[in-house]
Design a protein around this ligand. Structure first.
Ligand code: FAD
Length: 408
């Protein structure tokens, strides 16, 4: 031990955001207590702390649906033992067009086949659930009663607390420089405070995962973009159990927040963020409010919730979030470096997918089988050219809005 840092462990998890915390929790639950989590700042100080915390479960892909379902049950389980701000208030997905409504039918069939309760509802039923909403232009909606919201910091803390109880060790203020390797496999990590020998490394470094990967010549194509939500003053007709909503045709989403609303967007032409332009350290950091970028989406929000026109905005939260070139996540073992695993690039659904994806990765490491087909998240779906900064800066601009595309 040096200053508490061990010289040996079995598994090093890099990054103490919601993803690293979930991986550590799952590893210890699978009977592997020999886990060290290294966080260069404080737990949750990256993107996790300012997440909107919406928990969703919607996809036309059966594996993605399974991941969402597993995540939801992890949240429900942790809610039994910790205060994590879980509110199973349900979610309404609005369709302004017939095409969008038909997409919902496909999603509903996939979800129902896998046992997730979900149904289509009429504009009048939307109005009953969300009285402050203008429903005049809606064809219908998808209602997912099991969705909800969670406090992302509290969820991360719950993962950490139980992982620690099960033997994992967490170290804050320790920066990993790179993985150490021998004969094409991981043999340890080099940190700013010395080396730790280990058999397995998991890169959960969020938007910094790409740079960290490059130190070991591993391509992890992802890039941060500005990502926003506004927090408003109080509004009539909001209530604590109010369903969250998404209006994909307007590229907006929202939910109740202390008697007002949180209204966010998945903007077109998103603005890439160069990590070297961020202040160092960037802990619990935010970007400047960017009203020029958000204004078209605020207009969409006012269209959907007319009372917003006369309601003050307390703040516009602008945080960097990393997107991959297809707005999916990376969950894989690095090609060419045995026992170097990656779970990063969560593309704005890291909180909601933490339980399912963390579990799949932990099973892969401990049992040799993630228990599901993860090819959708394979690093091999991209080549080195997709990790070029110029390509990424251009490509990720379309990814937040692709998140709301049809048939995802
Ligand atoms: C405005 C906004 C709203 C969002 N809303 C939602 C939502 O409603 N639902 C949802 O599911 N998701 C949402 N997200 C996305 C979600 O917050 C992220 O996907 C998630 O927090 C990513 O978690 P992470 O652990 O991968 O990354 P992070 O939380 O960034 O954690 C990575 C950690 O790694 C550490 N680190 C980096 N490099 C090193 C190193 N070399 N050595 C040691 N430590 C290192 C960092 O300090 C950091 O703490 C939102 C994001 C934004 C910006």
């Amino acid at each position: 031990m040096r200053g508490g840092l061990p010289t040996n462990t079995r598994i090093v998890v890099i990054g103490g955001g919601v993803i690293g915390a979930s991986v550590a929790w799952h590893l210890t639950r699978l009977g592997c207590p020999d886990v060290v989590v290294l966080e260069r700042g404080q737990i949750g100080c990256g993107t996790t702390w300012h997440s909107a915390g919406n928990i969703v479960r919607m996809s036309t892909d059966p594996v993605a649906v399974e991941i969402y379902a597993q995540s939801a049950s992890v949240v429900a389980e942790l809610d039994q033992r910790h205060t994590i701000g879980w509110r199973p208030c349900g979610r309404v997905m609005l369709a302004r067009t017939q095409e969008r409504f038909q997409e919902f039918e496909t999603i509903i069939r996939t979800l129902q086949r896998q046992g997730t309760p979900v149904e289509s509802i009429s504009p009048a039923e939307v109005q009953a659930k969300l009285p402050l909403m203008n429903t005049d232009d809606l064809v219908g909606a998808l209602w997912s009663p099991g969705d909800g919201r969670v406090d992302p910091t509290a969820l991360t803390a719950a993962y950490c607390r139980e992982a620690k109880q099960n033997g994992a060790r967490f170290f804050e203020g320790v920066e990993v420089k790179q993985a150490l390797t021998e004969k094409g496999a991981v043999s340890g990590v080099e940190t700013d405070q010395g080396q730790i020998k280990c058999e397995v490394v998991v890169n959960c470094a969020g938007m910094w995962a790409r740079d960290l990967g490059l130190r070991n010549h591993i391509d992890i194509p992802l890039y941060a973009v500005e990502h926003f939500y506004a927090l408003t003053e109080t509004l009539d007709d909001t209530y604590p159990q109010m369903p969250t909503f998404r209006d994909p045709d307007g590229l907006i989403y929202g939910r109740e927040e202390v008697g007002g609303l949180l209204v966010g967007c998945f903007d077109r032409e998103a603005l890439p963020v160069r990590l070297s332009d961020l202040p160092t350290p960037f802990e619990f950091g935010l970007l400047n409010e960017n009203w020029d970028q958000f204004l078209p989406y605020m207009e969409q929000a006012i269209h959907r919730i007319p009372a917003l026109a006369d309601c003050g905005v307390r703040t516009l939260v602008n945080g960097p979030e990393s997107f991959t070139p297809d707005a999916e996540a990376h969950l894989d073992e690095a090609p060419g470096l045995k026992n170097y695993f990656v779970l990063a690039g969560l593309s704005s659904s890291g909180v909601t997918r933490s339980g399912g994806m963390g579990g799949a990765l932990a099973r892969w490491i401990v049992e040799g089988d993630p228990g599901m087909d993860l090819s959708r998240y394979s690093l091999k779906r991209f080549g080195p050219e997709h990790n070029e900064e110029s390509f990424l800066r251009q490509q990720v601009r379309d990814m937040p809005s692709a998140h709301f595309g049809l048939e995802r």
